[in-house]
Structure formats: structure tokens, C-alpha cells
Design a protein around this ligand. Structure first.
Ligand SMILES: Cc1cc2nc3c(=O)[nH]c(=O)nc-3n(C[C@H](O)[C@H](O)[C@H](O)COP(=O)(O)O)c2cc1C
Length: 188
């Protein structure tokens, strides 16, 4: 099976990216493929149907990559920082490039990180979007805080909180189990 993790932080080396990296490791430990699409590294132009604003080629390529990875994915994970009590604008913009064809009856995991008071509210907001896209947001979700991470010598962040490491494993088990059993295959 193939998965796609979309990271919606505006910062490279974000906490959300570090969480995605941990989740990737768990998925690969189950011998499944997964790619991280970090919007801080592969930004998208603001969705624009006017045709009047030239979109740089690199941005066009990123959009094409995102669409092809999302179409191929058997499951998706949406990762976002907490921005103003919700998910990030760049993640919403990325989702606006996709439609039901990319999500229909696929399991979707939701994760977020807050720098202030820990909140899962961005995930509740994302749940509504996933429902609109006919995806299946799995019940387990992960809402971390900056303090759940440490830095390696080169400054790269990693998820260091052991409780969240365990939760992340259960979260991945759940997503893979939904994807494998695919009870809704006939509804696609
Ligand atoms: C535009 C913006 C809005 C933010 N709003 C909130 C907020 O409402 N609550 C909060 O706890 N942190 C807020 N933060 C702080 C981020 O959650 C914090 O920087 C966090 O580390 C981001 O995670 P990341 O490293 O994955 O990007 C905000 C940051 C930005 C840039």
C-alpha cells in the first residue's frame, strides 16, 4: 500500500514535519510506502482559476506531484500546525487542489502541533473537510505541543515524547487496518 502525508507548516524543519517523519518510520516498519509532501519545501501557488496570474513552473510541478501522489495513495495523513486555533492556510490551499476523487472512502489520519496551549481544534476543523471530500477520518488523532520534540545535533526536530511515540504507533496501526480491510471498497 501507498500513503501520503501532507505537512502544512510554513516553516521548514517544523514540528509537524518531525511528527510526519516519525509516522513515516512507523508506516515503513509495516513495509508500506509513504511520501511526505511538505508544503514548506514544495509550495503551491494560491489556487487561481482566473488564468491572469502567471504561475511559476516549479509551483505548477508541485501541484501536479501533489495530485498524482494523492490519487495513488491508499491512505492519507494531514498534518498541520495550529494557526489561529485552526489548520494552516497553506494546507487548506493544498486541499483545494484536490477533490473527492482523491479522497473517496480512503482512510485519513489527522495530526497537529501547537506552540501555545495544546489544542485539537484544528483537527476537528479538518474532520469536516475530510467528510466533505468523502474520506474517512479515523478516530485516533494526534495533537502535540512544541515541548514534545527535541533537536538532533544538526538542529533537526524529532518527536521525543514517549507517550506520543506510542500513540503514533497505534494511530498508524489504525490507519493501516482501515486501509487493508477497506470495508467501503464497493462504495468508491
Ligand atoms: C500565523 C500563526 C498563528 C498561530 N496561532 C496559534 C494559535 O492559535 N495557538 C497556538 O497554540 N499557537 C499558534 N501559533 C504557534 C504555532 O502553533 C507554533 O509556532 C508551532 O510550533 C507551529 O508548529 P510547526 O513547527 O509544526 O509549524 C501560531 C503561529 C503562526 C505562525
Amino acid at each position: 500500500m501507498k500513503g501520503l502525508i501532507i505537512v502544512g507548516s510554513a516553516s521548514p524543519n517544523s514540528h509537524t514535519r518531525a511528527l510526519a517523519q516519525f509516522l513515516k518510520g512507523q508506516i515503513e516498519a509495516h513495509h508500506h510506502e509513504v511520501e511526505i509532501f511538505d508544503l514548506a519545501e514544495r509550495p503551491l501557488h494560491m489556487l487561481d482559476f482566473s488564468g491572469q496570474n502567471p504561475v511559476p513552473e516549479a509551483y505548477q510541478r508541485n501541484a501536479e506531484q501533489l495530485k498524482s501522489l494523492a490519487m495513488e495513495a491508499d491512505f492519507l495523513i494531514l498534518g498541520t500546525p495550529n494557526y489561529h486555533g485552526s489548520y494552516s492556510g497553506s494546507l487548506k490551499n493544498a486541499l483545494d487542489y484536490l477533490n473527492m476523487d482523491y479522497f473517496k472512502m480512503k482512510p485519513v489520519g489527522l495530526v497537529n502541533n501547537s506552540g501555545g496551549i495544546v489544542s485539537a481544534e484544528p483537527l476537528s476543523h479538518l474532520r469536516l473537510i475530510v467528510r466533505s471530500l468523502l474520506g474517512i477520518a479515523v478516530p485516533t488523532q494526534i495533537a502535540t505541543h512544541d515541548s514534545d520534540y527535541d533537536k538532533l545535533e544538526d538542529g533537526t526536530l524529532y518527536l521525543s515524547n514517549e507517550e506520543f511515540q506510542l500513540r503514533a504507533k497505534l494511530f498508524i496501526d489504525q490507519i493501516l487496518s482501515f486501509a487493508k480491510n477497506s470495508p467501503y471498497e464497493h462504495l468508491k
